[in-house]
Design a protein around this ligand. Sequence first.
Ligand code: BEZ
Length: 211
Amino acid sequence: MSLHLGDIAPDFSADTTQGPINFHEWINNSWVLLFSHPADFTPVCTTELGKTALLAGDFAKRGVKAIAISVDDLESHNKWVPDIEEVNSVKVNFPIIADPEKKVALLYDMIHPNASEKATVRSVFIIGPDKKIKLTLTYPASTGRNFTEILRVIDSLQLTANYQVATPADWKNGEDVIITPAVSNEDAVTKFPKGFTTIKPYLRKTPQPNL
Ligand code: BEZ
């Protein structure tokens, strides 16, 4: 099933390294990073899951819960976690979904048969507290994800959820943002008291409003 931005993230029940979950209940009112990895006991995945654990504080600060998944079973996940912890000198503090029957992988279109018939690609879903999909990314098995980009896009999503702004190319937290075209110049004066610069009538920049 192909999922689109704005869709409700499909619900499921599954076993994880932190016990059984119902996904929608587990989301509760948080932002969520759901990401798949091709297989346990593989090198790139070991670095990615370690990196996610190392960034626990950065995710918590943003109200984001991380959850990983592969089509390996729970026994395999539980055997692999100590390796991740040893290699990355960190405790794995987020659940890893066991999906040996590929139920969740198929629900989220994480298996791309022309890449691999058996394993998931590196899918990323960022899901909002409203349980809607806000962002999808797909990486091949051979490329580890850029977690700086994942945090950057979460910052953008959270900002644009709260203010009538968008973020420009290569924007980073703290930099000026773009006032969306739906806001008139008149309204912009009151909505953006820090002021704004008009580069083109359709391109107006303002300091980041939540700082
Ligand atoms: C890895 O995580 O290192 C990996 C997994 C599957 C294919 C290639 C690399």
